[in-house]
Design a protein around this ligand. Structure first.
Ligand code: ATP
Ligand code: MG
Length: 591
Protein backbone atom coordinates (compact mmCIF):
# COMPACT_ATOMS: atom_id res chain seq x y z
CA UNK A 1 0.00 0.00 0.00
CA UNK A 2 2.85 2.41 0.72
CA UNK A 3 4.02 2.22 -2.88
CA UNK A 4 0.79 1.28 -4.71
CA UNK A 5 -0.36 4.09 -7.00
CA UNK A 6 -3.63 4.81 -5.26
CA UNK A 7 -5.24 7.60 -3.23
CA UNK A 8 -8.51 6.82 -1.53
CA UNK A 9 -10.96 9.69 -1.17
CA UNK A 10 -13.28 10.48 1.73
CA UNK A 11 -15.63 12.54 -0.43
CA UNK A 12 -17.96 11.45 -3.22
CA UNK A 13 -17.20 12.84 -6.68
CA UNK A 14 -19.65 15.64 -7.45
CA UNK A 15 -21.16 13.92 -10.48
CA UNK A 16 -21.63 10.47 -8.92
CA UNK A 17 -25.21 9.31 -9.41
CA UNK A 18 -24.74 5.62 -8.74
CA UNK A 19 -22.90 3.50 -6.20
CA UNK A 20 -20.43 1.93 -8.64
CA UNK A 21 -19.27 5.30 -9.88
CA UNK A 22 -18.90 6.71 -6.39
CA UNK A 23 -16.92 3.75 -5.05
CA UNK A 24 -14.71 3.17 -8.09
CA UNK A 25 -13.57 6.79 -7.91
CA UNK A 26 -13.28 6.95 -4.12
CA UNK A 27 -11.36 3.68 -3.93
CA UNK A 28 -8.89 4.89 -6.54
CA UNK A 29 -9.79 2.48 -9.36
CA UNK A 30 -10.58 5.09 -12.02
CA UNK A 31 -10.22 8.84 -12.57
CA UNK A 32 -12.28 11.02 -14.82
CA UNK A 33 -10.37 12.51 -17.76
CA UNK A 34 -13.36 14.19 -19.45
CA UNK A 35 -17.13 13.60 -19.39
CA UNK A 36 -17.68 9.90 -20.08
CA UNK A 37 -13.94 9.28 -20.44
CA UNK A 38 -11.94 7.59 -17.70
CA UNK A 39 -8.36 6.73 -16.85
CA UNK A 40 -7.74 3.27 -15.40
CA UNK A 41 -5.53 3.19 -12.31
CA UNK A 42 -3.67 0.01 -11.24
CA UNK A 43 -6.53 -1.40 -9.14
CA UNK A 44 -9.15 -0.72 -11.80
CA UNK A 45 -6.97 -2.13 -14.51
CA UNK A 46 -6.46 -5.33 -12.52
CA UNK A 47 -10.24 -5.87 -12.38
CA UNK A 48 -10.67 -4.92 -16.02
CA UNK A 49 -8.04 -7.47 -17.05
CA UNK A 50 -9.82 -10.16 -15.07
CA UNK A 51 -13.11 -9.42 -16.82
CA UNK A 52 -11.32 -9.46 -20.17
CA UNK A 53 -9.71 -12.78 -19.33
CA UNK A 54 -13.04 -14.42 -18.52
CA UNK A 55 -14.52 -13.13 -21.75
CA UNK A 56 -11.45 -14.24 -23.70
CA UNK A 57 -11.51 -17.76 -22.24
CA UNK A 58 -15.17 -18.29 -23.07
CA UNK A 59 -14.78 -16.88 -26.58
CA UNK A 60 -11.76 -19.11 -27.21
CA UNK A 61 -13.74 -22.05 -25.84
CA UNK A 62 -16.29 -21.77 -28.67
CA UNK A 63 -13.50 -21.53 -31.19
CA UNK A 64 -13.72 -17.82 -31.84
CA UNK A 65 -10.35 -16.30 -32.76
CA UNK A 66 -9.05 -13.04 -31.38
CA UNK A 67 -7.96 -10.19 -33.63
CA UNK A 68 -7.59 -6.49 -32.93
CA UNK A 69 -8.75 -3.69 -35.15
CA UNK A 70 -7.70 -0.07 -34.98
CA UNK A 71 -10.11 2.38 -33.42
CA UNK A 72 -9.17 5.03 -36.01
CA UNK A 73 -10.96 4.07 -39.21
CA UNK A 74 -11.61 5.38 -42.71
CA UNK A 75 -15.03 6.65 -43.72
CA UNK A 76 -15.59 4.49 -46.82
CA UNK A 77 -16.75 1.19 -45.28
CA UNK A 78 -19.23 3.03 -43.07
CA UNK A 79 -20.39 4.99 -46.11
CA UNK A 80 -21.11 1.74 -47.96
CA UNK A 81 -23.51 0.60 -45.22
CA UNK A 82 -24.94 4.11 -44.76
CA UNK A 83 -23.87 4.16 -41.12
CA UNK A 84 -21.62 7.18 -41.70
CA UNK A 85 -24.95 9.03 -42.01
CA UNK A 86 -27.23 6.87 -39.86
CA UNK A 87 -25.06 7.03 -36.78
CA UNK A 88 -25.40 10.82 -36.81
CA UNK A 89 -23.97 12.59 -33.81
CA UNK A 90 -23.06 9.36 -32.06
CA UNK A 91 -19.87 9.07 -34.10
CA UNK A 92 -16.66 10.92 -33.33
CA UNK A 93 -15.48 12.19 -36.72
CA UNK A 94 -12.19 13.69 -37.72
CA UNK A 95 -10.12 14.54 -40.79
CA UNK A 96 -6.56 13.58 -41.54
CA UNK A 97 -4.07 16.12 -42.89
CA UNK A 98 -5.15 15.42 -46.46
CA UNK A 99 -8.72 16.20 -45.61
CA UNK A 100 -9.92 12.60 -45.72
CA UNK A 101 -12.83 11.76 -43.38
CA UNK A 102 -12.03 9.38 -40.56
CA UNK A 103 -13.96 8.14 -37.54
CA UNK A 104 -13.35 6.53 -34.19
CA UNK A 105 -15.08 3.17 -34.42
CA UNK A 106 -18.39 2.92 -32.52
CA UNK A 107 -18.66 -0.77 -33.54
CA UNK A 108 -16.87 -2.79 -36.19
CA UNK A 109 -19.28 -4.81 -38.37
CA UNK A 110 -17.91 -3.20 -41.52
CA UNK A 111 -14.26 -3.85 -40.75
CA UNK A 112 -14.78 -7.51 -39.87
CA UNK A 113 -16.89 -8.06 -42.96
CA UNK A 114 -14.19 -6.55 -45.17
CA UNK A 115 -11.44 -8.54 -43.46
CA UNK A 116 -13.19 -11.84 -44.16
CA UNK A 117 -13.95 -10.71 -47.71
CA UNK A 118 -10.27 -9.88 -48.15
CA UNK A 119 -9.02 -13.32 -47.18
CA UNK A 120 -11.78 -15.89 -47.71
CA UNK A 121 -13.69 -16.93 -50.80
CA UNK A 122 -15.04 -20.44 -50.35
CA UNK A 123 -17.71 -22.19 -48.29
CA UNK A 124 -14.86 -24.44 -47.14
CA UNK A 125 -13.43 -21.49 -45.19
CA UNK A 126 -16.64 -21.13 -43.17
CA UNK A 127 -17.93 -21.02 -40.54
CA UNK A 128 -15.59 -18.65 -38.78
CA UNK A 129 -16.05 -16.47 -35.70
CA UNK A 130 -13.70 -13.60 -34.94
CA UNK A 131 -13.60 -11.31 -31.92
CA UNK A 132 -11.72 -8.46 -30.36
CA UNK A 133 -11.60 -6.77 -26.99
CA UNK A 134 -11.12 -3.19 -27.98
CA UNK A 135 -11.84 0.45 -27.27
CA UNK A 136 -14.98 1.91 -28.78
CA UNK A 137 -16.00 5.53 -29.15
CA UNK A 138 -19.53 6.88 -29.09
CA UNK A 139 -20.42 10.49 -28.47
CA UNK A 140 -23.34 9.46 -26.27
CA UNK A 141 -26.00 12.13 -25.73
CA UNK A 142 -26.03 11.37 -22.02
CA UNK A 143 -22.79 9.87 -20.75
CA UNK A 144 -23.57 8.90 -17.18
CA UNK A 145 -22.81 6.81 -14.17
CA UNK A 146 -19.08 6.59 -14.73
CA UNK A 147 -18.15 3.49 -16.67
CA UNK A 148 -21.76 2.42 -17.19
CA UNK A 149 -22.26 4.75 -20.12
CA UNK A 150 -18.98 6.15 -21.34
CA UNK A 151 -17.98 7.91 -24.52
CA UNK A 152 -14.84 5.79 -24.64
CA UNK A 153 -15.41 2.23 -23.43
CA UNK A 154 -14.19 -1.29 -23.87
CA UNK A 155 -16.29 -3.82 -25.70
CA UNK A 156 -15.80 -7.39 -26.70
CA UNK A 157 -17.34 -7.63 -30.13
CA UNK A 158 -17.49 -10.80 -32.15
CA UNK A 159 -18.90 -11.66 -35.53
CA UNK A 160 -19.82 -14.99 -37.03
CA UNK A 161 -19.74 -15.82 -40.73
CA UNK A 162 -21.77 -18.67 -42.21
CA UNK A 163 -22.93 -19.80 -45.62
CA UNK A 164 -26.53 -20.50 -44.65
CA UNK A 165 -29.25 -19.75 -42.09
CA UNK A 166 -28.78 -23.04 -40.23
CA UNK A 167 -25.11 -22.18 -39.81
CA UNK A 168 -25.95 -18.74 -38.46
CA UNK A 169 -28.42 -20.26 -36.01
CA UNK A 170 -25.72 -22.64 -34.75
CA UNK A 171 -23.15 -19.84 -34.38
CA UNK A 172 -25.72 -17.75 -32.54
CA UNK A 173 -26.51 -20.58 -30.12
CA UNK A 174 -22.80 -21.11 -29.43
CA UNK A 175 -22.40 -17.46 -28.58
CA UNK A 176 -25.49 -17.54 -26.42
CA UNK A 177 -24.06 -20.43 -24.41
CA UNK A 178 -20.69 -18.68 -24.10
CA UNK A 179 -22.47 -15.57 -22.81
CA UNK A 180 -24.31 -17.59 -20.19
CA UNK A 181 -20.93 -18.87 -18.97
CA UNK A 182 -19.38 -15.41 -19.03
CA UNK A 183 -22.14 -13.78 -17.02
CA UNK A 184 -22.34 -16.70 -14.60
CA UNK A 185 -18.61 -16.38 -13.97
CA UNK A 186 -18.84 -12.62 -13.54
CA UNK A 187 -21.39 -13.31 -10.84
CA UNK A 188 -24.27 -11.34 -12.28
CA UNK A 189 -27.88 -11.60 -11.35
CA UNK A 190 -29.07 -11.36 -14.96
CA UNK A 191 -31.91 -12.07 -17.36
CA UNK A 192 -31.87 -12.91 -21.05
CA UNK A 193 -34.51 -10.91 -22.86
CA UNK A 194 -35.82 -10.54 -26.37
CA UNK A 195 -34.30 -7.37 -27.80
CA UNK A 196 -34.98 -4.83 -30.45
CA UNK A 197 -32.51 -5.20 -33.31
CA UNK A 198 -32.45 -1.41 -33.69
CA UNK A 199 -30.23 0.38 -36.15
CA UNK A 200 -28.24 -2.78 -36.85
CA UNK A 201 -31.07 -4.42 -38.72
CA UNK A 202 -31.41 -8.18 -38.73
CA UNK A 203 -33.75 -10.51 -36.93
CA UNK A 204 -33.28 -12.74 -33.85
CA UNK A 205 -31.79 -10.69 -31.07
CA UNK A 206 -31.40 -11.06 -27.32
CA UNK A 207 -29.91 -8.96 -24.55
CA UNK A 208 -28.29 -9.97 -21.30
CA UNK A 209 -29.39 -7.53 -18.62
CA UNK A 210 -27.91 -7.28 -15.14
CA UNK A 211 -30.87 -6.76 -12.85
CA UNK A 212 -30.34 -3.37 -11.18
CA UNK A 213 -32.62 -0.51 -10.15
CA UNK A 214 -30.05 1.93 -11.48
CA UNK A 215 -30.25 0.37 -14.96
CA UNK A 216 -31.40 2.39 -17.95
CA UNK A 217 -33.27 -0.48 -19.56
CA UNK A 218 -36.70 -1.69 -18.54
CA UNK A 219 -37.64 -5.28 -19.15
CA UNK A 220 -40.77 -7.34 -18.68
CA UNK A 221 -41.25 -10.91 -17.52
CA UNK A 222 -44.26 -13.18 -17.26
CA UNK A 223 -44.86 -16.23 -15.08
CA UNK A 224 -44.89 -18.35 -18.25
CA UNK A 225 -41.35 -17.36 -19.20
CA UNK A 226 -41.83 -14.43 -21.56
CA UNK A 227 -38.93 -11.97 -21.15
CA UNK A 228 -38.28 -8.92 -23.29
CA UNK A 229 -36.81 -5.47 -23.21
CA UNK A 230 -39.81 -3.08 -23.23
CA UNK A 231 -38.39 -1.76 -26.50
CA UNK A 232 -39.01 -5.16 -28.06
CA UNK A 233 -42.48 -5.96 -26.74
CA UNK A 234 -45.05 -6.27 -29.54
CA UNK A 235 -48.49 -6.24 -27.98
CA UNK A 236 -51.30 -8.39 -29.33
CA UNK A 237 -53.40 -6.15 -31.62
CA UNK A 238 -57.03 -5.64 -30.58
CA UNK A 239 -59.60 -7.62 -32.53
CA UNK A 240 -61.58 -5.88 -35.26
CA UNK A 241 -65.18 -5.02 -34.26
CA UNK A 242 -68.25 -4.98 -36.51
CA UNK A 243 -68.96 -1.49 -37.79
CA UNK A 244 -72.73 -1.98 -38.30
CA UNK A 245 -74.88 -0.84 -35.47
CA UNK A 246 -72.38 1.61 -34.01
CA UNK A 247 -73.82 5.03 -33.17
CA UNK A 248 -73.05 7.92 -35.51
CA UNK A 249 -70.20 10.26 -34.64
CA UNK A 250 -71.16 13.56 -33.02
CA UNK A 251 -69.18 16.60 -31.89
CA UNK A 252 -69.84 18.01 -28.41
CA UNK A 253 -68.71 20.89 -26.26
CA UNK A 254 -66.18 19.77 -23.68
CA UNK A 255 -65.06 22.90 -21.85
CA UNK A 256 -62.46 22.72 -19.06
CA UNK A 257 -61.24 19.23 -19.83
CA UNK A 258 -57.46 19.64 -19.92
CA UNK A 259 -56.83 16.07 -18.73
CA UNK A 260 -58.10 12.67 -19.78
CA UNK A 261 -59.67 12.25 -16.30
CA UNK A 262 -61.62 15.49 -16.60
CA UNK A 263 -62.76 14.56 -20.12
CA UNK A 264 -63.92 11.13 -18.95
CA UNK A 265 -65.74 12.64 -15.95
CA UNK A 266 -67.55 15.18 -18.13
CA UNK A 267 -68.39 12.54 -20.73
CA UNK A 268 -69.97 10.28 -18.13
CA UNK A 269 -71.97 13.19 -16.84
CA UNK A 270 -73.19 14.72 -20.11
CA UNK A 271 -72.61 12.30 -23.01
CA UNK A 272 -73.19 8.90 -21.50
CA UNK A 273 -72.49 5.67 -23.28
CA UNK A 274 -75.51 3.37 -23.59
CA UNK A 275 -73.84 0.17 -22.40
CA UNK A 276 -71.31 1.19 -19.71
CA UNK A 277 -69.32 4.12 -18.38
CA UNK A 278 -66.61 5.75 -20.51
CA UNK A 279 -63.04 5.16 -19.30
CA UNK A 280 -59.70 6.67 -20.21
CA UNK A 281 -59.15 3.66 -22.47
CA UNK A 282 -62.07 4.86 -24.66
CA UNK A 283 -60.36 8.13 -25.44
CA UNK A 284 -58.02 8.41 -28.40
CA UNK A 285 -55.12 10.68 -27.60
CA UNK A 286 -53.13 12.00 -30.54
CA UNK A 287 -49.57 13.02 -29.79
CA UNK A 288 -47.41 14.75 -32.39
CA UNK A 289 -43.67 14.41 -32.82
CA UNK A 290 -41.12 15.73 -35.25
CA UNK A 291 -38.76 13.02 -36.44
CA UNK A 292 -35.28 14.28 -37.21
CA UNK A 293 -33.51 12.06 -39.70
CA UNK A 294 -29.74 11.58 -39.62
CA UNK A 295 -29.45 13.39 -42.97
CA UNK A 296 -31.05 16.48 -41.39
CA UNK A 297 -34.52 16.13 -42.96
CA UNK A 298 -37.59 16.08 -40.73
CA UNK A 299 -40.99 14.42 -40.83
CA UNK A 300 -44.07 15.04 -38.66
CA UNK A 301 -45.64 11.99 -37.02
CA UNK A 302 -48.93 11.84 -35.11
CA UNK A 303 -49.46 8.83 -32.87
CA UNK A 304 -52.97 7.82 -31.84
CA UNK A 305 -53.20 5.78 -28.67
CA UNK A 306 -55.64 5.10 -25.84
CA UNK A 307 -55.72 8.15 -23.57
CA UNK A 308 -54.98 6.18 -20.43
CA UNK A 309 -51.49 5.41 -21.72
CA UNK A 310 -48.46 7.54 -22.49
CA UNK A 311 -46.06 7.13 -25.37
CA UNK A 312 -43.00 5.36 -23.92
CA UNK A 313 -40.01 7.46 -25.05
CA UNK A 314 -37.69 4.47 -25.26
CA UNK A 315 -40.14 2.39 -27.26
CA UNK A 316 -40.68 5.32 -29.57
CA UNK A 317 -36.95 5.89 -30.01
CA UNK A 318 -36.45 2.22 -30.83
CA UNK A 319 -39.36 2.21 -33.28
CA UNK A 320 -38.30 5.25 -35.29
CA UNK A 321 -34.50 4.77 -35.12
CA UNK A 322 -32.30 5.99 -36.75
CA UNK A 323 -34.57 9.05 -36.79
CA UNK A 324 -34.78 10.89 -33.48
CA UNK A 325 -38.16 12.08 -32.20
CA UNK A 326 -38.76 15.38 -30.47
CA UNK A 327 -42.06 16.88 -29.31
CA UNK A 328 -43.85 19.39 -31.54
CA UNK A 329 -42.90 23.00 -30.89
CA UNK A 330 -45.17 26.03 -31.27
CA UNK A 331 -43.52 26.66 -34.66
CA UNK A 332 -44.38 23.10 -35.72
CA UNK A 333 -48.01 23.72 -34.76
CA UNK A 334 -47.97 27.01 -36.65
CA UNK A 335 -46.74 25.17 -39.75
CA UNK A 336 -49.55 22.58 -39.40
CA UNK A 337 -52.64 24.73 -38.71
CA UNK A 338 -55.04 21.78 -39.08
CA UNK A 339 -53.68 20.41 -35.80
CA UNK A 340 -55.18 22.26 -32.83
CA UNK A 341 -52.99 21.80 -29.77
CA UNK A 342 -54.89 19.87 -27.10
CA UNK A 343 -57.70 18.91 -29.51
CA UNK A 344 -55.93 16.94 -32.21
CA UNK A 345 -58.09 14.35 -33.92
CA UNK A 346 -57.97 12.40 -37.17
CA UNK A 347 -61.09 14.10 -38.59
CA UNK A 348 -62.74 17.51 -38.40
CA UNK A 349 -66.38 16.38 -38.49
CA UNK A 350 -68.13 19.72 -38.62
CA UNK A 351 -65.99 21.64 -41.08
CA UNK A 352 -68.11 23.83 -43.39
CA UNK A 353 -67.42 21.49 -46.32
CA UNK A 354 -68.34 18.38 -44.28
CA UNK A 355 -66.03 15.91 -42.56
CA UNK A 356 -62.36 16.47 -43.39
CA UNK A 357 -59.65 13.92 -42.74
CA UNK A 358 -56.83 15.74 -41.02
CA UNK A 359 -54.70 12.69 -40.31
CA UNK A 360 -54.55 9.30 -41.96
CA UNK A 361 -54.46 7.79 -45.41
CA UNK A 362 -56.52 10.39 -47.33
CA UNK A 363 -55.65 13.28 -45.10
CA UNK A 364 -55.15 16.92 -45.99
CA UNK A 365 -52.03 17.27 -43.85
CA UNK A 366 -48.61 15.83 -44.56
CA UNK A 367 -48.45 14.50 -41.02
CA UNK A 368 -48.07 10.73 -40.98
CA UNK A 369 -50.63 9.08 -38.70
CA UNK A 370 -49.84 5.83 -36.96
CA UNK A 371 -52.05 4.26 -34.33
CA UNK A 372 -51.56 1.91 -31.42
CA UNK A 373 -52.50 -1.71 -32.24
CA UNK A 374 -55.44 -1.32 -29.82
CA UNK A 375 -56.99 1.12 -32.28
CA UNK A 376 -58.40 -1.70 -34.42
CA UNK A 377 -60.97 -1.61 -37.19
CA UNK A 378 -64.43 -0.90 -35.74
CA UNK A 379 -63.22 0.43 -32.38
CA UNK A 380 -65.07 3.48 -31.11
CA UNK A 381 -63.48 6.55 -29.57
CA UNK A 382 -63.79 9.94 -27.96
CA UNK A 383 -61.14 12.13 -29.51
CA UNK A 384 -60.13 15.66 -30.45
CA UNK A 385 -62.25 17.47 -33.03
CA UNK A 386 -59.55 19.91 -34.18
CA UNK A 387 -61.68 22.69 -32.71
CA UNK A 388 -60.76 24.28 -29.42
CA UNK A 389 -63.07 23.17 -26.57
CA UNK A 390 -64.83 20.39 -28.51
CA UNK A 391 -64.39 16.64 -28.78
CA UNK A 392 -65.93 14.12 -31.12
CA UNK A 393 -67.77 11.08 -29.74
CA UNK A 394 -68.30 7.66 -31.29
CA UNK A 395 -65.67 8.12 -33.92
CA UNK A 396 -65.23 4.66 -35.41
CA UNK A 397 -61.96 3.45 -36.87
CA UNK A 398 -62.40 2.27 -40.46
CA UNK A 399 -65.73 4.09 -40.78
CA UNK A 400 -64.95 7.68 -39.81
CA UNK A 401 -61.18 7.68 -39.98
CA UNK A 402 -58.17 5.68 -41.12
CA UNK A 403 -54.47 5.60 -40.29
CA UNK A 404 -51.27 5.15 -42.30
CA UNK A 405 -50.39 2.15 -40.20
CA UNK A 406 -49.76 1.04 -36.64
CA UNK A 407 -46.98 1.85 -34.20
CA UNK A 408 -46.46 -0.09 -30.98
CA UNK A 409 -44.95 2.49 -28.65
CA UNK A 410 -47.46 2.93 -25.83
CA UNK A 411 -46.10 2.31 -22.36
CA UNK A 412 -46.20 -1.27 -21.09
CA UNK A 413 -47.77 -1.49 -17.66
CA UNK A 414 -47.38 -3.86 -14.77
CA UNK A 415 -50.06 -6.53 -15.21
CA UNK A 416 -50.48 -6.12 -18.98
CA UNK A 417 -50.85 -9.54 -20.62
CA UNK A 418 -47.71 -11.00 -22.18
CA UNK A 419 -48.08 -11.15 -25.98
CA UNK A 420 -47.51 -14.91 -26.03
CA UNK A 421 -50.36 -15.54 -23.60
CA UNK A 422 -48.03 -16.59 -20.79
CA UNK A 423 -49.63 -14.40 -18.13
CA UNK A 424 -49.44 -10.89 -16.70
CA UNK A 425 -46.15 -9.06 -17.13
CA UNK A 426 -44.06 -7.54 -14.36
CA UNK A 427 -41.56 -4.76 -15.00
CA UNK A 428 -38.02 -4.31 -13.65
CA UNK A 429 -34.88 -2.44 -14.58
CA UNK A 430 -31.56 -3.69 -15.83
CA UNK A 431 -28.18 -2.75 -17.23
CA UNK A 432 -27.50 -4.07 -20.72
CA UNK A 433 -24.37 -6.18 -20.40
CA UNK A 434 -24.42 -8.02 -23.66
CA UNK A 435 -26.31 -8.16 -26.92
CA UNK A 436 -26.34 -10.99 -29.41
CA UNK A 437 -28.07 -10.88 -32.74
CA UNK A 438 -28.44 -12.46 -36.10
CA UNK A 439 -27.48 -9.74 -38.52
CA UNK A 440 -28.22 -11.81 -41.56
CA UNK A 441 -26.91 -10.62 -44.91
CA UNK A 442 -27.27 -6.85 -44.52
CA UNK A 443 -23.57 -6.06 -44.11
CA UNK A 444 -22.32 -8.84 -46.35
CA UNK A 445 -24.61 -7.55 -49.10
CA UNK A 446 -23.61 -3.92 -48.66
CA UNK A 447 -19.91 -4.78 -48.72
CA UNK A 448 -20.05 -7.64 -51.22
CA UNK A 449 -18.94 -10.51 -48.97
CA UNK A 450 -19.67 -13.61 -51.08
CA UNK A 451 -18.17 -17.08 -51.21
CA UNK A 452 -18.46 -19.98 -53.66
CA UNK A 453 -20.81 -22.68 -52.44
CA UNK A 454 -20.58 -26.46 -53.11
CA UNK A 455 -21.95 -25.95 -56.61
CA UNK A 456 -19.48 -23.23 -57.48
CA UNK A 457 -22.16 -20.57 -57.18
CA UNK A 458 -21.50 -17.24 -55.45
CA UNK A 459 -23.59 -16.85 -52.28
CA UNK A 460 -23.79 -13.97 -49.85
CA UNK A 461 -22.48 -14.81 -46.39
CA UNK A 462 -24.79 -14.50 -43.38
CA UNK A 463 -23.50 -12.92 -40.19
CA UNK A 464 -24.09 -12.64 -36.46
CA UNK A 465 -22.87 -9.84 -34.23
CA UNK A 466 -22.27 -10.24 -30.50
CA UNK A 467 -21.19 -7.63 -27.95
CA UNK A 468 -20.19 -7.57 -24.29
CA UNK A 469 -19.69 -4.33 -22.42
CA UNK A 470 -16.37 -5.14 -20.76
CA UNK A 471 -15.72 -1.83 -19.00
CA UNK A 472 -19.42 -1.58 -18.24
CA UNK A 473 -19.19 -5.00 -16.59
CA UNK A 474 -16.59 -3.69 -14.13
CA UNK A 475 -19.07 -1.01 -13.06
CA UNK A 476 -22.07 -3.32 -13.13
CA UNK A 477 -20.40 -5.86 -10.84
CA UNK A 478 -19.40 -3.03 -8.50
CA UNK A 479 -22.98 -1.78 -8.66
CA UNK A 480 -24.39 -5.17 -7.73
CA UNK A 481 -21.91 -6.02 -4.98
CA UNK A 482 -20.86 -2.79 -3.21
CA UNK A 483 -22.36 -1.85 0.15
CA UNK A 484 -22.41 1.24 2.36
CA UNK A 485 -18.70 0.86 3.14
CA UNK A 486 -17.35 0.53 -0.38
CA UNK A 487 -16.54 -2.01 -3.04
CA UNK A 488 -16.94 -5.69 -2.34
CA UNK A 489 -15.58 -7.81 -5.17
CA UNK A 490 -16.42 -11.41 -5.91
CA UNK A 491 -13.24 -13.49 -5.73
CA UNK A 492 -12.99 -14.04 -9.45
CA UNK A 493 -12.71 -10.30 -10.13
CA UNK A 494 -10.96 -8.87 -7.07
CA UNK A 495 -7.70 -7.02 -7.85
CA UNK A 496 -6.06 -8.93 -4.95
CA UNK A 497 -6.92 -12.22 -3.27
CA UNK A 498 -6.18 -10.97 0.19
CA UNK A 499 -5.07 -7.88 2.09
CA UNK A 500 -2.71 -8.12 5.02
CA UNK A 501 -3.05 -5.20 7.42
CA UNK A 502 -0.24 -4.36 9.78
CA UNK A 503 -2.05 -2.54 12.59
CA UNK A 504 -0.29 -1.36 15.69
CA UNK A 505 3.10 -0.02 16.47
CA UNK A 506 6.37 -1.83 16.66
CA UNK A 507 8.70 -3.52 14.26
CA UNK A 508 7.35 -6.93 15.25
CA UNK A 509 3.91 -6.28 13.82
CA UNK A 510 5.28 -5.09 10.49
CA UNK A 511 7.77 -7.95 10.33
CA UNK A 512 5.09 -10.55 11.04
CA UNK A 513 2.78 -8.97 8.47
CA UNK A 514 5.54 -8.86 5.86
CA UNK A 515 6.43 -12.49 6.49
CA UNK A 516 2.81 -13.58 6.20
CA UNK A 517 2.47 -11.63 2.95
CA UNK A 518 5.65 -13.24 1.59
CA UNK A 519 4.48 -16.72 2.56
CA UNK A 520 1.14 -16.20 0.87
CA UNK A 521 2.84 -14.73 -2.17
CA UNK A 522 5.04 -17.80 -2.38
CA UNK A 523 1.87 -19.92 -2.54
CA UNK A 524 0.66 -17.96 -5.55
CA UNK A 525 -1.78 -15.77 -3.62
CA UNK A 526 -2.03 -12.18 -4.79
CA UNK A 527 -1.47 -10.10 -1.65
CA UNK A 528 -1.80 -6.41 -0.91
CA UNK A 529 0.13 -5.55 2.27
CA UNK A 530 -0.92 -2.41 4.08
CA UNK A 531 2.44 -1.35 5.46
CA UNK A 532 1.65 2.35 5.72
CA UNK A 533 2.34 4.42 8.78
CA UNK A 534 -1.33 5.03 9.35
CA UNK A 535 -3.79 4.42 12.16
CA UNK A 536 -5.67 1.09 12.32
CA UNK A 537 -8.89 3.02 11.70
CA UNK A 538 -7.61 4.41 8.42
CA UNK A 539 -6.39 0.98 7.35
CA UNK A 540 -9.68 -0.73 8.21
CA UNK A 541 -11.68 1.91 6.36
CA UNK A 542 -9.46 1.71 3.28
CA UNK A 543 -9.60 -2.10 3.27
CA UNK A 544 -13.39 -1.89 3.27
CA UNK A 545 -13.37 0.74 0.56
CA UNK A 546 -11.04 -1.25 -1.70
CA UNK A 547 -13.23 -4.32 -1.40
CA UNK A 548 -10.68 -7.16 -1.37
CA UNK A 549 -12.76 -10.16 -0.25
CA UNK A 550 -10.50 -11.36 2.58
CA UNK A 551 -8.10 -9.54 4.86
CA UNK A 552 -5.76 -10.66 7.61
CA UNK A 553 -5.23 -8.25 10.48
CA UNK A 554 -1.86 -8.52 12.14
CA UNK A 555 -1.84 -6.47 15.33
CA UNK A 556 -3.14 -6.75 18.86
CA UNK A 557 -3.29 -10.54 18.98
CA UNK A 558 0.28 -11.00 17.90
CA UNK A 559 1.56 -11.19 21.49
CA UNK A 560 -0.62 -14.31 21.92
CA UNK A 561 0.44 -15.59 18.51
CA UNK A 562 -2.87 -14.90 16.74
CA UNK A 563 -4.05 -12.84 13.78
CA UNK A 564 -7.59 -12.12 12.57
CA UNK A 565 -9.03 -13.36 9.29
CA UNK A 566 -11.78 -11.03 8.18
CA UNK A 567 -14.45 -11.46 5.50
CA UNK A 568 -15.26 -8.26 3.63
CA UNK A 569 -18.85 -9.11 2.85
CA UNK A 570 -20.06 -10.29 6.26
CA UNK A 571 -17.61 -8.12 8.18
CA UNK A 572 -16.96 -11.07 10.46
CA UNK A 573 -13.49 -11.67 11.84
CA UNK A 574 -12.13 -14.75 13.57
CA UNK A 575 -8.86 -15.27 15.41
CA UNK A 576 -6.43 -17.72 13.85
CA UNK A 577 -3.04 -18.91 15.09
CA UNK A 578 -0.30 -17.09 13.20
CA UNK A 579 1.27 -20.44 12.34
CA UNK A 580 -2.01 -21.53 10.73
CA UNK A 581 -2.68 -18.26 8.92
CA UNK A 582 -1.40 -19.30 5.49
CA UNK A 583 -3.42 -22.52 5.49
CA UNK A 584 -6.51 -20.69 6.75
CA UNK A 585 -6.27 -18.07 4.02
CA UNK A 586 -5.73 -20.68 1.34
CA UNK A 587 -8.84 -22.51 2.52
CA UNK A 588 -10.79 -19.26 2.71
CA UNK A 589 -9.99 -18.28 -0.86
CA UNK A 590 -10.59 -21.78 -2.13
CA UNK A 591 -7.05 -22.84 -3.08
P1 ATP B 1 -27.17 0.84 -25.00
O1 ATP B 1 -28.58 0.52 -25.34
O2 ATP B 1 -26.85 0.64 -23.52
O3 ATP B 1 -26.69 2.14 -25.53
P2 ATP B 1 -26.26 -0.48 -27.32
O4 ATP B 1 -27.48 -1.17 -27.75
O5 ATP B 1 -25.86 0.77 -27.95
O6 ATP B 1 -26.30 -0.27 -25.72
P3 ATP B 1 -24.42 -2.37 -28.50
O7 ATP B 1 -24.15 -1.48 -29.65
O8 ATP B 1 -25.16 -3.62 -28.71
O9 ATP B 1 -25.06 -1.53 -27.32
O10 ATP B 1 -23.02 -2.66 -27.79
C1 ATP B 1 -22.69 -3.90 -27.17
C2 ATP B 1 -22.45 -3.72 -25.67
O11 ATP B 1 -21.54 -2.66 -25.41
C3 ATP B 1 -23.68 -3.35 -24.92
O12 ATP B 1 -24.44 -4.49 -24.60
C4 ATP B 1 -23.13 -2.67 -23.69
O13 ATP B 1 -22.82 -3.63 -22.69
C5 ATP B 1 -21.85 -2.04 -24.18
N1 ATP B 1 -22.01 -0.59 -24.37
C6 ATP B 1 -22.73 0.05 -25.33
N2 ATP B 1 -22.64 1.37 -25.21
C7 ATP B 1 -21.83 1.60 -24.13
C8 ATP B 1 -21.35 2.78 -23.49
N3 ATP B 1 -21.66 4.00 -23.94
N4 ATP B 1 -20.54 2.65 -22.41
C9 ATP B 1 -20.20 1.42 -21.95
N5 ATP B 1 -20.62 0.28 -22.51
C10 ATP B 1 -21.43 0.35 -23.59
MG1 MG C 1 -26.07 2.74 -27.30
Amino acid sequence: MSSLFVRTLREDPADAEVASHRWLVRAGYIRRAAPGIYTWLPLGLAVLHKVEQIVREEMDAIGAQEVSFPALLPREPYEATNRWTEYGELVFRLKDRRGADMLLGPTHEEMFTLLVKDLYNSYKDLPVSLYQIQTKYRDEARPRAGLLRGREFIMKDSYSFDVDDAGLEASYQKHREAYVKIFDRLGFDYVIVKADAGAMGGSASEEFLAIADSGEDTFVRSPGGYAANVEAVSITPAEAQPIEGQPAAHVEDTPDTPTIESLVALSNEKYRREDRAWTGADTLKNVVFMLENPDGSTEALAIGLPGDREVDPKRLEAAVSPAEPRPFTDEDFAANPALVKGYIGPVTMDAPEGAVQVLGAEATSTVRYLVDPRVAEGTRWITGSNIHGRHVYDLVMGRDFTADGTIDVAEIREGDPAPDGSGPMTLARGIEMGHIFQLGRKYAEALGLKVLDQNGKLVTVTMGSYGVGVSRAVAAVAEGTSDEKGLCWPRELAPFDVMVLATGKGEQVLEAAEKLADDLDARGVKVLLDDRKASPGVKFADAELLGVPTSVVVGRGLAEGTVEVKDRRSGQARPVALAEAVAEVLAEIGR
